[in-house]
Ligand binder design. Sequence first.
Ligand code: ZN
Length: 1078
Amino acid sequence: MSQPGIPAFGSTLTSLQAQNGAASASGSPYTNGPIQNALMSSQGYNSQLPGSYPHLIPAKTLNPVSGQSNYGGPQTVSPLSSYQGPGQTLHRPPVASTPVTSSLHSGPVPRMPQHTSHNSAAIPMPSGSFHPGANIPPPLNWQYNYPSAGSQTNDCPNVSSGPTMSGNTNLTSHQYVSSGDPSLQNNFIKSGAPLGPLPTGGPPPVRALTAQKSSHRTVPQPSFNSAINQEGITSSTNNGSLVVHNNYDEIEGGGFLATPQLTNKNPTISRSVGYSYPSLPPGYQNTTPPSTTGMPPSSLSYPSGPQAFSQMPLGANHLTASMSGLSLHPEGLRVINLLQERNMLPSTPLQPPVPNLHEDIQRLNCNPELFRCTLTSIPQTQALLNKAKLPLGLLLHPFKDLVQLPVVTSSTIVRCRSCRTYINPFVSFLDQRRWKCNLCYQVNDVPEEFMYNPLTRAYGEPHRRPEVQNATIEFMAPSEYMLRPPQPPVYLFVFDVSHNAVETGYLTSVCQSLLDNLDLLPGNTRTKIGFITFDSTIHFYSLQEGLSQPQMLIVSDIEDVFIPMPENLLVNLNESKELVQDLLKTLPQMFTKTLETQSALGPALQAAFKLMSPTGGRMSVFQTQLPTLGVGALKPREEPNQRSSAKEIHLMPSTDFYKKLALDCSGQQVAVDLFLLSGQYSDLASLGCISRYSAGSVYYYPSYHHQHNPVQVQKLQKELQRYLTRKIGFEAVMRIRCTKGLSIHTFHGNFFVRSTDLLSLPNVNPDAGYAVQMSVEENLMDTQLVSFQSALLYTSSKGERRIRVHTLCLPVVSTLNEVFLGADVQAISGLLANMAVDRSVTASLSDARDALVNAVIDSLSAYRSSVLSNHQPGLMVPFSLRLFPLFVLALLKQKSFQTGTNARLDERIFAMCQVKNQPLVHLMLTTHPNLYRVDNLSDEGALNINDRTIPQPPILQLSVEKLSRDGAFLMDAGSVLMLWVGKNCGQHFFSQVLGVQSYALIPQTMTDLPELDTPESARTVAFICWLREQRPFFPVLYVIRDESPMKANFLQNMVEDRTESALSYYEFLLHIQQQVNK
Ligand SMILES: [Zn+2]
């Protein structure tokens, strides 16, 4: 997004005019115009002339968010109604609102002083192009810092001083006590034996709540806080309120705070938070992280002898299988005329290019699935980069599940004393005692402890330590990497229970999934859980251990939400498990007769935020409609007849409420995941901000209904299973460093940029991807190698502070040809997609589309004019970019950027969210699906995994020319699998795979394959299972006949063919050629 005050770059715009009729150019080897077999005669496919790509729309700027919000003011509370058990309608007594003269919620609230930054695209780009020309973007002044003065208090009602809930007889028994003891900072302590409101006619509370019960389990030792004080990370008590400055910048950047001295002063620090820091020799663990469960990792002993880890990721066997030096291979040097060589799509998954490095270096390099660069050969100067007209950036999947991950427990984490880079395989040792940083070239001393190599048990081998042998490694972080004791895992679920929500029946599925996976939630004995439901009012559930059943508390004043008895609402999962299970079993029935149609989502989110503020954690919000009440209420904006237009569609949020709240959440280490289950327009453009800026995720189930849409029910269940049990990191920050001379300027993904380059990630999950853009600020003449390092500091669900570090090393080149040879077309397409989403929002969709097209034209023009010596006719491309036009065309046809379709606005927005938040591998599959013929699967070339034989059919081009009526074809489009069955497909396939006797007997809606006792069935089922296992979401399978409504979707993904509103691949190539050869 543009920053005010920075003028947009002007540029000439090349608009893509459809070259109709060009496809029939004589002598062309292509016949992509009229389709010869008549398969595709209906349902959205016709031979209408494609429309033109409209011109740009002036760029818009986003106003900076003021960041002001106020939760202060008098509070009212309604009497607490009783929870009456399963199957009964709720009785809500009349509200007797009583003002609470509370200072609890009216005090100053910490807010980011100026939210002037946005997640990405802070650099205004010229319209219609992603290239800022020769202008290097000015350094940005994004800052997210708390004022240093102690004028703020955390919004932590539970530690403010004195009982303050006077005026409400129900609540006066609650004493909110703060002793002023800083050790209580994360807890709410009640004195005496306050009783929750009694359920009418219900059983009395069984036991009084004691301070010990609710606090000591999670309370840090006081010494830790003194450590914080000593570190100068200000933490002081002020009238019982604790001031903690969230200066994570110092922490990740740091360890600079003279730790040894600190430790000497206060030897109890480390012990007090449950760590021990062994002195020589350090212990090493080789931990296998859990893939999908919260099971404790099993420790393996580190193999002796120096040995590079092969970080074989889950389910990606063929991706790591071949890493042959593409750029060194003669094939890689080939120049290709795309107008002559039609079939450039490899029949096996496309491999990332291998950097042109000495094999000893490349052997240690980071796995491209975790960390890759758009250019595997880095241009020496910005001028050279500008010349290439290719985007320079990184794509990261930093928290991916790994089968093997070396974990280091050491008292000393060796980092550059100048730039704080972690020691890595690409540093150089000047001698045994000194190493030179590969990012800033500072010469550092090798600490005494590092001289010992635990692998060989030898002294004097610092270069053989695991830190120097692994590009991906995880450190157990000592206390100086903490601002506060590691937080407990906290999970809060917020459910829409309005009439609309009850109609969908989603609560049954979600509660059942939660019941099934309750013991698998990542966590430990400190895990906390809580529930809020809402319609026009907000309902809390007291789950305090000892109650005989959950108590429901209703707050009906949504104008000024407050939290009744906060200490009983987020409870220890182990202690209150029965109550939690009780609630989950009851919840689906509790609202079945509700007539309440309103949705007070905004107030419910505010309540949830307040409840979680003291600890941080994960908030999972389930919403089924447009919010209609209170703050954050939204109005319908989608106009059905404008769906097809590329202009004037509402991609911008209509309110900044969700963004502001997300930033508040981020500041308190709360991430919000949004599950939207709605058949109607719900303004995801606005709602999605709550997840985007708090580092959450968005899940979308359009038209979810428990009876009418069983496929969605299955999808939700499978995805919840993954969601609830996957690994999670709390209170995380990530920083990406690069070699001096390179500069990172724009970030893509779900997070908040806290201080120029520190990403705030209240939660981090293994399914999230990130991208960054870079520029060359100073020339790199003096170096042959550059490195990039990402460091992710997080708290594990076991309460350990850990740092996961990935380091990538790439060569520097001085010629344009080398830059092109090293281009990574998938990474380039992925980064362009991210940039195009930003452009769509800040300017317009048509502008973004133009920019995508121009990215191809500009780079291929540069190649033609600056690299090729003889200008032959045709469209000449370097081998590395042979798929560039195809992938960009696929992006233009992707749901995010397509025009002329009836794509609903929320679906488009969701597709854009996915572009921003998915790892590259999934983004590419969504953009350019894989097509396989599956009626003749064989074991030839099959994979063998755990005694399973998985066929590997060749990947086909996405054109109906590849289909035939006597076959069956599976399209893997990432989040959906479509199996198109031809009419004349052999009887064999019908009976042996589909389990029906003829084509006519294939059910109209078939979303599952039977597991038959035939080799054909076994192969097909194994292949589909294997495809599904490789992704964190659950692709639904549709079996499609000619009459199926899904056929249009299937054809929509035939990227190489012409559609109603988009060019065929060949037409697109002709257009590119015409522009390039101008
Ligand atoms: Zn350095």
